[in-house]
Design a protein around this ligand. Structure first.
Ligand code: ZN
Length: 94
């Protein structure tokens, strides 16, 4: 369900979710219990799929809660191989 912004006469703005088919023009303010009018805003609809949302959420979450790793991954004692061409093994190492 999309979220809609409402603003009461006291100036409090809040968001409430309603189905598209039953969006009221006003609803009760949770703080002062006066009728709050719906504000013009973009409904939170997106063309992103759930897989895209999962990627966005995991990317945002990794900024605050990075996953714990027990060791290095993808690296061997000889270092990470960047190429499979055997001729590149003869090139000088840094
Ligand atoms: Zn209010």
């Amino acid at each position: 369900m999309p979220l809609y912004d409402f603003r009461c006469p006291e100036g409090t703005t809040f968001e409430t979710a309603f189905p598209l088919s039953a969006v009221p023009d006003s609803t009760m303010c949770p703080e002062c219990h006066q009728p709050a009018r719906r504000q013009m805003s973009s409904p939170r609809l997106s063309i992103a799929t759930s897989a895209e949302f999962k990627l966005i959420d995991s990317t945002k979450r990794s900024a605050h809660e990075p996953e714990v790793v027990s060791g290095r991954t993808g690296a061997t004692k000889q270092g990470t191989r960047y190429t499979s061409n055997p001729l590149h093994r003869k090139l000088p190492r840094p």
